[in-house]
Unconditional design. Structure first.
Length: 253
């Protein structure tokens, strides 16, 4: 960029262009910060988000990452919304019954009050939290904490769910996991609700939801709206492990 010189006073636009030009020419080239860049630097935090449909493995992946952090002797704390009591009030539990101790909180601000001297914080079922969760995660990451969040990215109508869109936009690392569509066998990223309830928050598992692909989901929604049978039934019980924690299982969460 080159500025044309004039005999008269320099305009505000010209001054702005000159300032931008100086920034571009004087600033050093940026580079991506990776773990290898700051092994000897103070701890830096970031946000990771694991998202997907029901039965896609979100909680399973969250538990796996948190257990790896504990194996590395890092200080870990886990939180979940107080409304989620499907399996346990004091554990994060996957549909496959893998579990890790957690603390239930009614509001995201409580996480800031409860978080002590930790290196890693896990948050499950993020879609059920209030709108303040993204700001809470940002504050924690800015304190040097690795924040791992798991949740549904869409509700039963296929719309962005709760604070998840903002978290996805603000995270350094995003992992989208997929289930398998029970109708087409294709990757599924929609959670289809079985039953007539129109409540946004309806806790449930295999008897309440099934994972569907885009094609199957919108066809089921069309049939449902027309009052026609969809031909979709709950997932069979034998797909789920009920013998306690099984860390080797591959069953979808």
């Amino acid at each position: 960029m080159r500025l044309k010189s004039n005999q008269g006073p320099i305009s505000k636009d010209a001054k702005a262009q000159r300032f931008i030009w100086l920034l571009l020419t004087a600033a050093p080239a940026s580079r991506m910060i990776t773990e290898s860049n700051h092994n000897n630097s103070p701890q830096r935090g970031w946000i990771e988000v694991i998202c997907g449909s029901m039965f896609s493995g979100k909680t399973e992946e969250l538990i796996r990452r948190l257990k790896r952090a504990r194996f590395a002797r890092q200080k870990v704390e886990i939180y979940k919304p107080g409304v989620d009591i499907r399996y346990s009030s004091n554990e994060v539990v996957s549909h496959d019954r893998n579990a890790i101790p957690s603390t239930s909180v009614e509001h995201s601000s409580r996480i800031l009050l409860l978080a002590g001297d930790v290196e890693v914080i896990g948050i499950d079922e993020a879609q059920f939290f209030d709108a303040g969760l993204p700001e809470v995660c940002t504050l924690l990451a800015n304190q040097g904490i690795r924040v791992i969040v798991a949740g549904l990215d869409m509700d039963y109508l296929g719309r962005p769910f709760g604070p998840m869109p903002n978290l996805l936009a603000m995270a350094e690392h995003v992992t989208k996991v997929h289930a398998i569509c029970v109708k087409t066998g294709q990757p599924a990223n929609f959670s289809y609700r079985l039953g007539p309830s129109d409540s946004l928050v309806q806790l449930g598992e295999r008897e309440s939801y099934v994972p569907l692909s885009r094609e199957a989901f919108f066809e089921a929604m069309r049939l449902q709206k027309a009052g026609l049978p969809t031909g979709i039934s709950p997932l069979p019980d034998e797909l789920f492990h009920h013998g306690g924690p099984n860390p080797e299982s591959e069953t979808e969460s």
